[in-house]
Design a protein around this ligand. Structure first.
Ligand SMILES: CC(C)(COP(=O)(O)OP(=O)(O)OC[C@H]1O[C@@H](n2cnc3c(N)ncnc32)[C@H](O)[C@@H]1O)[C@@H](O)C(=O)NCCC(=O)NCCS
Ligand SMILES: Nc1ncnc2c1ncn2[C@@H]1O[C@H](COP(=O)(O)OP(=O)(O)OP(=O)(O)O)[C@@H](O)[C@H]1O
Length: 197
């Protein structure tokens, strides 16, 4: 059986970048945001249910994230409805990945890990964090979200201090070298735990 390590953090704090480091250290990596991207794409599992709920959001057989963001801006309850459609599909995709994983450690990159209580199903959780001003600058630099969209997503997430307090491991993403050193230490610690289990 593979050891399941959840990887979380607040928006833009460096989950995807850190997940890649775990992959280079030999871990299998599953990414919740990437699963949503597949499901929103042509032929994806979320396209049909999303079309029923939000007809304008499906264009050329795929879910348009731009339309979704506009709908969420004008009616905040839309995000809850999207979550009710998408989260069960994402959970099924994650469970299938874990069952098929042959790696010693499987890392699950999940933005809403604590918000959805997923930690209860995992062996341990690592939380990525960086100072809020760096977080904001990094997200806005990407140019995919306005300041208002960033604020509204941030407001829906559990405060980073609470996520850190609930986590087994903490990884500061201030520089790439520092983050990589911490990833290596987490992998080493889990391997020690497995060796003595
Ligand atoms: C709101 C949407 C349209 C924004 O799309 P966009 O391409 O701009 O951003 P992306 O999907 O890359 O998400 C960026 C980050 O926003 C945060 N975020 C996304 N969805 C949510 C949510 N429902 N609640 C809180 N934070 C969220 C996460 O930190 C995520 O890493 C999109 O995230 C979406 O459809 N979300 C609903 C599905 C969901 O809950 N996904 C989260 C992982 S299961
Ligand atoms: N350790 C680090 N040192 C320097 N920059 C970093 C580090 N980790 C991430 N970054 C930068 O921060 C930005 C956000 O990182 P990333 O996309 O990994 O975050 P995320 O938490 O996955 O984001 P989201 O919540 O939006 O999915 C990127 O521009 C990335 O290059």
């Amino acid at each position: 059986m593979t050891f399941t390590l959840g990887l979380t953090g607040s928006i833009g704090m460096g989950k995807s970048t850190t997940a890649k480091m775990f992959a280079t250290e030999g871990c299998a990596v599953w990414d919740a945001d990437a699963a949503v991207h597949r499901m929103y794409g042509k032929g994806g599992a979320a396209v049909g249910p999303m079309k029923n709920a939000f007809p304008s959001a499906v264009q050329d057989g795929a879910v348009s994230r731009e339309v979704l963001k506009t709908l969420i801006q004008s009616d905040p309850s839309v995000l809850k409805q999207i979550e009710q459609i998408v989260h069960p599909l994402v959970a099924a995709d994650r469970d299938a990945f874990i069952s098929a994983s042959t790696a010693a450690i499987t890392v699950l990159d999940i933005p809403l890990l604590f918000e959805n209580g997923t930690e209860k199903t995992l062996d341990a959780v690592a939380c990525v964090h960086v100072a809020p001003d760096i977080q904001r600058a990094r997200v806005l630099e990407r140019g995919t979200m306005s300041e208002a969209q960033f604020e509204s997503i941030l407001a829906k997430q559990m405060p980073i201090a609470d996520k850190l307090a609930k986590s087994d491991y903490v990884i500061e993403s201030d520089t790439l070298n520092h983050a990589l050193a911490q990833v290596k230490a987490v992998v080493e610690d889990i391997k020690q735990r497995l060796a003595h289990a």
